[in-house]
Design a protein around this ligand. Sequence first.
Ligand SMILES: [Zn+2]
Length: 661
Amino acid sequence: MGTPLSAVVTCRVAHGRHPFMRKLTSLLPVLVALPGLAQYEFDHAIIDELAWREGHHWHGTLRSDAPPTRGYDLKYMRAEWTVDPAVRAIEGTVTLWFTATSELDVVVLDLSDTLVVDDVRWHGQAISWDLALGDVLTVDVPGVLSAGVLDSISVTYHGVPRTSGFGSFGTGTQPNGSPALWTLSEPYGAKDWWPAKQDLNDKLDSVDLIVTTPQPYRVASNGLLIAETTENGSTTFHWRHRYPIAYYLISLAVADYIVLNTEIIAGTDTIPMVTYSYYDNPTMAELNAGDVAVQLPLFTQLFGRYPFAEEKYGHAQFGWGGGMEHQTMTSMGGWNYGLAAHELAHQWFGDKVTCGSWEDIWLNEGFATYLQGLTAEYLVPQYWREFLESNKAIITSDPAGSVRCTDTTSIARIFSSRLSYRKGAAVLHMLRWVCGDSAFYNGVRNYLNDPGLAYGSARTSDLVDHLEATSGLDLSGFMADWFVGEGYPTYTLQWTQEQGGGTQVMLFQSPSHPSVDFFEMPVPVRFWNDVQDTTVVLDHTVSGQSFTFILPFLADSAEVDPDLWILSGQNIATSVPDLDADRISLVLWPNPAGDQVTLRVPGLHGPAEVQVVDAAGRAVLTTPTNGGMDHTIDVRSLVAGHYTVILRSGTMYFRGALLRL
Ligand SMILES: [Zn+2]
């Protein structure tokens, strides 16, 4: 199967005069056959649902942008927990290994003040500690720990994790009434159930999670299940994970599960895939694992090896409406193709490379949403355009808003589906357009494999550095407009063509928000007639810019951005008899017109007056406009014939010819 992008011939018009041909080569052959999809329903609501779910389980204080803090660097955790899904509580001992990064006499951890600390030990000896309001556990280590020396403390505790809505530590029942328990700590809820260091820039390098629960419940968790022992009616599950992991990606899901095993072949890897399903629909659970078996090889082709290939991937059903990308064991609220793709994508974007600040949450959510779309582009292409159109419609429903998260104290803003998820994905799609497929994919792969970022955390500038290196472009202007700035452009194109094929166009742009004066972009324009078409790429640097080039045929139609590369509003392309400076700037459509005609003066905002003048020079209709970009006027009172439409705004004056049918 080929890619829908292959072999589109385009010419890029640099600035007005000399077009040169550019061939967009196909990215790479997608070798994956169209799968027998279990349940392809391209559920766009799932993105909003995900965002809502990911944003409504949190309570507490957000921090962001912290360098590795508190004088120590976490290395390893051994957690021994006892839970019973029928009882909303936890007890256990967590041993944290760390090296001091400077001389250290207290170890500060995050732990909910609703829990009860029983004992804290250092080298087997009980030591003093204080659990203060505000969820700060301060442990006094005897003497002073030297920088660079590996050490550890053990915290034994019990209690009922804080309750809030669906909470970071949830309990419920599966549809057959059997109790279930799960955790969901993003962004800041790990401390609700274990003593954590909630720092995006200090991952644990590896963990052993040893969880005891009554029979017949089973525990699903991160890494590999290396031991399972039953004694006195309880089973202890020993999960071992040997990859670095951020605090919010550690999870437990405990229920009377059906366990389904399969294998996924991706490149040279054979990756175990395990599904922990409730009893309600194990067949759908199994089919959804089949979806992953196709999505994972695609992501491997595009972005490199599955990051946790030495261990496994898994799905664990939980009592939550969306999904959560727990490392190597995604929690799934239901079985859905798009949800599976989104959470799988997070294993590369979010888990392997974690946003280093909540300001950069788009590095997690924008990528996961975009990869969800890429499964459509490459595997089920009939859904790709729908994905792009849906994103565009929702993002442009509001003229404002940046991809950069401007308020990291607001959960709603961090997990904004319109901005962090969808506009983040749109910006990645535009970076691909601007850089080209080869530079984009190579740059993103280099970002994922950068030794300073892989299995660690990254900021937006890290991604940009890699894309600049592979593309040779300076992306600072692009990022200022699209990451920091708000809104999007709307394009108006006017074009005319001579019999010899000589073509002249003028391209206007209206930004939707004052934070961006102008979006400099290569703008694709397609021209066609009944038998052929070609796409010209215009390097747009100023509104009202004119371009001249020769098309090898006479076109009867044109469209701005026909393949939806650019996040933009309702674009218009109109053919005009000739482009003279006096007439070009007032666009009328439809024209000829029936009952209504809409006017646009690109770049003009604010009140204006419209006057329609008949062939005899008499003003037959005068009406004020609403100040928006487009003005629709009712022309039912006009008899059929030719008119001149004049629009005045202050000293500005525009006109155009109208044919009333
Ligand atoms: Zn997500």
